[in-house]
Design a binder for this molecule. Structure first.
Ligand code: OOG
Ligand code: NI
Length: 512
C-alpha cells in the first residue's frame, strides 16, 4: 500500500534532485540550455569512446553510468546564515541519505565562510545517486563590520524563517519512524516543502534596497545570504565526460563563461575534480520599501525593483580520488603553478607545465605510487603462488577475521601485494571516483559568480595562509551541525579496503 510503504532514502534523494532540477530550470532557463549542451557533449564522447583523452577502459569505474543517469545533476550549492539554519538543513538532508563529509575553510580565499558537503557515504548509495549539496555557513566573526554590516546581517537573518511549519513537523515525525524513512504519501509533501526552503521565492527580498547596498558594500556574499527569505540554490551541476569540449560548446552558444576551468589540468587519467560555469546572471529582485513608506493602516509594504547577481550554472568532470600523498602532491603543484611567473604563458599552460612529469598520468604508476584509491576486482585467474611474506603473516589456517586483522596491521604490505596480483592479472584495480570538492576551486567558482560579469577572481586564486587554526573553526561548524564531519579520506580508504578484502576472500585465502 503506497501510503504505508517506506521510501528508501536513495530513491527519495533521486526524486528530490530531479524536482530541484526542474525548479532550477524554471527559475533560470539558461540552466536548461546548459543541461542540453552537456547531454550532447556526453553523447558525442560516449560514441567516440573518448572521455577527454583518457580511455574509458582505463577509468571504467569513473564512467559506469547509463547515458540517462549520466545527465542527472551531480551537485548543487546553498549558503546559510545561522547555525540553527544549518542544524535543520542537516536534518532535511539526513532524510535524503546525505551526511556532512569534509570541511572546507573558505577564509583561506578571503571569504567569511566555511563549508561542508552533504552527500551519500556508502558505495551502494553513491552508485544509486551521488547527488550532493555544498553547504556554506557564514562566519560573522570574519566580517569586519565598521559600519554595523555584521549586526544588520544578523538582524535580518534572525527575522527570516527558512522552513515551513509543515516541513518541521514532517522532520519531527520521520525522526520517530523506522530508520528515519518516510512513507510514500509523506515523501511527496516532504519534497514539496523542502524545495520551498531552496527556491528563489519569486525574487522577493527580505530587506530594503538600502540594507542590501550596505551589506553588499561589505561583502557581496553577505547580501546574497542575509537579504533573502530563502536559502536559494545558487547553482546546479551536471557531470560532463569532456569538460574542455563542454566549455567550448558553452562559448559557441554565446554564454558568458568563467575564464578558466578550476582544478587539475587536462590529463589522460583524470584525478579529483575539474569545474567551470556560466557566469551568474543579473536577475530582477523586489526589495521591501522603507517601513516609514509602508501603509500605516494595513502594515503592508510596497516593493521596489532592483537586481541581484548570484545564480549560475556549473559543470563538472570527476576523476580518481587521491590518497593523502596524492593530495599533498596536488596541493604542492597547484601552489607552485599559482606562484610561478607566466613568461607569456596562460595560467592553463603554466598548470599543464607544472603537472607534466611531476604528477604521474598512468594508471599503473598512480596505483603503484599509491597516489590514488582503487577498487579491486577478481578477474577469475588464480594466483600462481602466495607471497611468502603474506603467507607467514596469515598463518596456517586463516579466518576472514584474521585476514581483516592482517590487512589493518600491515596495510602497506597488503597493498603492495595487491598490486603484484594486478600485475599478474589476478586482480584489476579501478580508480575510485572523487566524490568531494576542492577548497581553492570552490573559492574560484564562488568569486567568479559574486559580481556581475566578474572575472576579477577567475584567474589563479591566491593562497594566503589560513587565518584561524582549522581545528577550532571546524569544531564550530560541527557544533552548528550537531554532529561530527566525516573525513572523506576515511571513506575512500574503507572502500578500497572493503573491495580488496572481498577479493582475497573470493580467492579462497581463508577457511570459511
Ligand atoms: C559554492 C561554490 C562551491 C563547487 O562546485 O566548488 C561549489 C557557492 O558558490 O556557494 O559549489
Ligand atoms: Ni559547485
Amino acid at each position: 500500500d503506497a501510503a504505508t510503504s517506506f521510501v528508501h532514502a536513495d530513491e527519495l534523494r533521486t526524486a528530490f534532485a530531479m524536482a530541484m532540477s526542474q525548479m532550477y530550470k524554471n527559475e533560470v532557463p539558461l540552466y536548461g540550455d546548459l543541461v542540453r549542451i552537456v547531454h550532447d557533449v556526453n553523447q558525442a564522447a560516449l560514441s567516440a569512446n573518448s572521455t577527454n583523452g583518457s580511455d574509458l577502459q582505463a577509468s571504467s569505474s569513473i564512467t559506469p553510468d547509463s547515458p540517462e543517469r549520466l545527465s542527472l545533476e551531480r551537485h548543487g550549492a546553498i549558503r546559510l546564515g545561522l547555525p540553527t539554519e544549518l542544524r535543520t538543513v542537516r536534518r532535511i538532508f539526513a532524510v535524503l541519505g546525505m551526511y556532512p563529509v569534509g570541511y572546507y575553510d573558505l577564509s583561506v580565499a578571503g571569504l567569511p565562510m566555511h563549508a561542508t558537503c552533504f552527500r551519500p557515504i556508502t558505495s551502494k548509495s553513491l552508485a544509486r545517486n551521488p547527488f550532493r549539496i555544498f553547504t556554506t555557513l557564514l562566519r560573522p566573526e570574519l566580517v569586519k563590520s565598521e559600519d554595523g554590516a555584521r549586526d544588520l546581517a544578523l538582524q535580518l537573518l534572525s527575522r527570516r524563517k527558512l522552513f515551513t511549519t509543515e516541513l518541521l513537523s514532517i522532520l519531527d515525525t520521520v525522526e520517530q519512524q523506522q530508520q528515519g524513512h518516510l512513507h510514500a504519501d509523506q515523501a511527496e509533501v516532504f519534497i514539496r516543502e523542502a524545495l520551498r526552503t531552496f527556491s528563489w521565492a519569486s525574487g522577493v527580498a527580505a530587506s530594503t534596497v538600502d540594507e542590501y547596498a550596505r551589506l553588499r558594500a561589505e561583502h557581496p556574499v553577505l547580501a546574497d545570504i542575509a537579504c533573502f527569505r530563502t536559502a536559494h540554490i545558487n547553482h546546479l551541476t551536471p557531470r560532463t565526460l569532456n569538460i574542455d569540449a563542454a566549455q567550448d560548446a558553452m562559448v559557441a552558444e554565446g554564454m558568458a563563461v568563467k575564464e578558466r576551468i578550476e582544478g587539475p589540468p587536462r590529463r589522460r587519467c583524470p584525478i579529483l575534480l575539474r569545474q567551470t560555469s556560466f557566469l551568474a546572471l543579473d536577475e530582477p529582485v523586489h526589495f521591501l520599501c522603507d517601513p516609514s513608506e509602508g501603509n500605516a493602516v494595513t502594515g503592508e509594504r510596497s516593493l521596489v525593483k532592483g537586481s541581484h547577481c548570484a545564480r549560475f550554472g556549473e559543470i563538472e568532470e570527476r576523476g580518481a580520488a587521491v590518497t593523502a600523498a596524492g593530495r599533498r602532491l596536488y596541493d604542492e603543484l597547484l601552489a607552485k603553478a599559482t606562484a610561478a611567473s607566466n613568461d607569456g604563458r596562460t595560467y592553463d599552460e603554466v598548470m599543464a607545465d607544472t603537472f607534466r612529469d611531476r604528477y604521474p598520468d598512468d594508471l599503473r604508476e598512480l596505483c603503484r605510487q599509491q597516489l590514488i584509491y582503487c577498487r579491486y576486482r577478481c578477474t577469475g585467474k588464480q594466483p600462481t603462488k602466495m607471497s611468502p611474506n603474506f603467507a607467514t603473516l596469515l598463518g596456517p589456517d586463516p579466518t576472514p577475521a584474521g585476514l581483516e586483522e592482517v590487512m589493518a596491521k600491515y596495510q602497506e604490505a597488503v597493498i603492495c601485494w595487491a598490486h603484484r596480483l594486478v600485475d599478474d592479472g589476478v586482480l584489476v584495480a579501478e580508480p575510485i571516483t572523487y566524490e568531494d570538492f576542492l577548497p581553492f576551486s570552490a573559492a574560484g567558482i564562488f568569486q567568479s559568480n559574486l559580481q556581475k560579469g566578474s572575472s576579477a577572481a577567475s584567474g589563479p586564486t591566491a593562497h594566503p595562509p589560513p587565518s584561524v587554526a582549522p581545528g577550532g573553526a571546524q569544531g564550530s561548524l560541527e557544533g552548528a551541525l550537531g554532529c561530527v564531519i566525516t573525513d572523506p579520506d576515511i571513506l575512500y580508504a574503507q572502500a578500497q579496503k572493503d573491495s580488496l578484502l572481498a577479493c582475497l576472500l573470493e580467492l579462497g585465502l581463508t577457511r570459511t
